[in-house]
Design a protein around this ligand. Structure first.
Ligand SMILES: Nc1ncnc2c1ncn2[C@@H]1O[C@H](COP(=O)(O)OP(=O)(O)OP(=O)(O)O)[C@@H](O)[C@H]1O
Ligand SMILES: [Mg+2]
Length: 254
């Protein structure tokens, strides 16, 4: 069963066709890697799914609901949560406070529906903090919880952004280059975190350049080049695809 169904999606910026007739499905609980050379339209695709800006035409359905025309916050409330290519931690807040900022979606969702079984606000806060700490621990950031988030190195800030997205309890998580700038240890932590996320039943789409990471985590790979989808399939098939190899070699030659 597909969670996300994208059909004939198009977007141009002036004369530039950033997304040209892109169509694909993402199966529930799967992990899909989105790859392609710089400027291929990967981030644009996330921006269209979350309606950060409107598409020219086409359709984006999440669990059968058309997202086109919904506001980004309405889309987030449906459980479609994204991170940004450039880490955006909130300055003036600690690591833990940054993680907790992701819970706002839950609160806006209505404490009544989410936490009816809880006796009080304080217990709710404590449970959220415990959950945030458990997630921070997964990526080795628990001992940094009380530090200002902006003190963290860039790689750790990127991991923190993933944790904040998780605190929003996504049903579909869109991660834009979460491994960019991560060292080997952080990349291994990210891979473990992505597997844990998937095991919790969250559907994940991740923009990723690190092919060895893609090979170990992805069920499906979608390849964009200059706004077009040039291939899709399981990682081993994509790695051997001549058109994909040419797209990357072309970039290296350039
Ligand atoms: N808001 C915008 N206004 C004008 N052009 C844009 C805008 N957003 C993206 N583009 C252009 O659309 C094309 C696709 O950009 P996009 O950021 O989606 O690529 P990408 O695959 O994410 O690349 P990268 O790997 O560098 O992050 C690029 O040519 C880019 O310059
Ligand atoms: Mg991008």
């Amino acid at each position: 069963m597909s969670t996300l169904e994208i059909r004939n999606l198009k977007k141009s910026f002036g004369g530039l066709l950033a997304t040209q007739d892109v169509s694909f499905n993402v199966a529930s609980h799967s992990l899909t890697a989105l790859i392609g050379p710089n400027g291929a339209g990967k981030t644009t695709l996330f921006n269209l799914i979350t309606n950060l800006f409107p598409s020219d035409s086409g359709s984006v359905k999440f669990d059968g609901v058309e997202l086109r025309g919904l506001s980004p916050s309405a889309i987030a409330r449906l459980g479609v949560i994204r991170t940004f290519q450039t880490a955006r931690v909130f300055p003036g807040m600690t690591v833990l406070e940054n993680a907790l900022a992701g819970r706002h979606r839950l609160l806006r969702h209505g404490i009544a529906s989410q936490f009816l079984w809880l006796p009080g606000q304080r217990r709710e806060e404590r449970q959220l903090a415990e959950r945030a700490m458990a997630l921070l621990d997964l990526v080795g950031l628990a001992d940094q919880a009380q530090r200002p988030a902006t003190d963290l190195p860039m790689g750790a800030q990127k991991l923190l952004e993933v944790i904040r997205a998780l605190m929003a309890q996504p049903r579909l998580l869109l991660l834009d280059e979460p491994a960019a700038g991560l060292n080997d240890t952080e990349t291994a932590e990210l891979a473990a975190l992505l597997r844990a996320i998937q095991a919790c039943g969250v559907t994940v789409m991740v923009v990723e350049h690190n092919m060895s990471l893609v090979m170990t985590i992805a069920d499906q790979v979608i390849v964009l080049e200059a706004g077009r989808m040039i291939a899709s399939g399981p990682p081993a098939e994509i790695q051997a695809n001549q058109r994909v190899i040419a797209a990357y070699l072309g970039q290296e030659a350039a």
